[in-house]
Design a binder for this molecule. Structure first.
Ligand SMILES: [Zn+2]
Ligand SMILES: [Zn+2]
Ligand SMILES: [Zn+2]
Length: 149
């Protein structure tokens, strides 16, 4: 669901700029991780991201990838979410979206952040609460599974 106009090079450049602006060190591993995130669509756990970076002939411990993801989250380059099954997965913040996970078949639908607008506005107005609608998936039953019953 990446926006084509952003482009891989643009995403990597913007990431490197953000790291530098925050006084961080730009390493080969950080550069490669940005490249992997920009070129691999879908939902990858930190272990999966580590093996993709390792696949590019770089020796890197999964714990290093985890620390870099943490730094990327603080820089608002990346966000993670919990699908309700399996480990947390990471995506670029530029392609932010919510998730609907089926409790029967485990399939996950990516949805527009607009779907949560009423929830976000209502929680803010009525409770002064800032909802983070992407962090956890909304659980339920998908159309296909409903059709089977
Ligand atoms: Zn979390
Ligand atoms: Zn289903
Ligand atoms: Zn997602």
């Amino acid at each position: 669901m990446s926006k084509p106009e952003a482009g891989t090079a643009g995403i990597i450049d913007a990431g490197i700029e953000a790291i530098r602006a925050a006084g961080g060190r730009v390493t080969t591993t950080k550069r490669l991780l940005l490249e992997v995130l920009a070129t691999t669509p879908g939902h990858l756990s930190s272990d999966e991201l580590a093996s993709l970076v390792q696949g590019r002939n770089v020796e890197v411990a999964p714990s290093t990838i985890y620390r870099i993801l943490d730094e990327f989250e603080r820089l608002k380059l990346v966000e993670h979410s919990h699908s309700g099954t399996g480990p947390a997965t990471y995506h670029l913040r530029s392609v932010a979206h919510g998730h609907l996970t089926c409790q029967r078949c485990g399939s996950m639908i990516e949805v527009s952040p607009r779907l949560f607008e009423d929830l976000v506005t209502g929680a803010r107005q009525q409770h002064g609460f800032e909802v983070d609608p992407h962090h956890f998936a909304v659980l339920g039953v998908c159309a296909a599974c409903i059709g089977l019953t």
